[in-house]
Design a protein around this ligand. Structure first.
Ligand SMILES: Cc1cc2nc3c(=O)[nH]c(=O)nc-3n(C[C@H](O)[C@H](O)[C@H](O)COP(=O)(O)O)c2cc1C
Length: 242
């Protein structure tokens, strides 16, 4: 199985996204998948120009030449696509949005009515790929992923199939707790197990996803800690300015 994965956090290897995404990808590799990971922030991918050349004048070919020339052939080959993103303003990162917009290039312009909704046709000869989201956010509640989840469901019509999401609310806490030796190994192990399950069964159990999203610390404690840290960093900065 071919897996193409995108970590779209600008913090790349140091991101909280990576803390969940890396064991997830490791689990897939353990189950025998061939995994290729891209840090999208490092790639040169310009926003879509909306010219529709790729649909109407040069089918499948974008008017812009950039690193999407590398990504698009791999997307067509992939059995599984993994998008990793921090929540920015209640949705995906700009890097992820740019990437998804540019994939319009391999969609079919023609529209049909399916189950009462007008949708683009699946491109001829395209294979169904499974799509998984890995997302983390700074605020405490899982509801901070609601808008993104709706977006992922809507954007992934055939030939892609959205099979689920590894969601890590109060994601800022996980790395800190790992570094402090707090008991959060079950979350990392669940992410790894999710990778194995996806490759072996084509799905991830709700129980495993619940462990990944589980409460790490109570809401009020998290809010106090975050505010305390903001205060300390701001004060340090003010002192250093003299
Ligand atoms: C521009 C910006 C917007 C953000 N918006 C939200 C938000 O709407 N909700 C939230 O819970 N966290 C928000 N955050 C916090 C990030 O989701 C959080 O810091 C996350 O852990 C970053 O993940 P990363 O290290 O993988 O980039 C925002 C951060 C930035 C920089």
């Amino acid at each position: 199985m071919k897996v193409i994965a995108f970590n779209t956090s600008p913090r790349m290897k140091k991101s909280n996204t990576a803390v969940i995404m890396n064991p997830f990808l490791d689990g897939m590799k353990e189950a025998g998948a061939d995994v290729e990971l891209f840090y999208v922030h490092k790639l040169n991918i310009a926003p879509c120009l909306g010219c529709f050349n790729c649909w109407l004048r040069t089918p499948g070919k974008c008017a812009q030449q950039d690193d999407m020339d590398i990504i698009l052939p791999k997307m067509k080959e992939a059995d599984v696509v993994v998008y990793g993103t921090p929540i920015y303003c209640y949705t995906m990162s700009a890097q992820m949005k740019t990437l998804i917009d540019r994939m319009v290039c391999i969609a079919d312009p023609f529209i049909e009515i399916r189950d009462g909704r007008s949708r683009h046709l699946a491109p001829e000869g395209s294979k169904e790929s499974l799509v998984v989201l890995v997302a983390n956010c700074g605020l405490w509640e899982i509801e901070n992923f609601n808008a993104l989840m709706v977006n992922m469901e809507e954007v992934n019509t055939p030939p892609t199939k959205f099979v689920g999401a590894l969601l890590r609310p109060h994601g800022e806490a996980l790395k800190v707790m790992l570094e402090m030796g707090e008991p959060v190994d079950d979350v990392i192990e669940a992410a790894r197990d999710a990778g194995r399950q996806l490759i072996n069964n084509g799905e991830i159990s709700p129980e495993t996803l619940n462990i990944i999203s589980r409460e790490l610390i109570p809401q009020d404690v998290y809010v106090d800690m975050a505010n305390q840290q903001f205060r300390e960093v701001k004060e340090k900065h003010e002192h250093s300015k003299g």
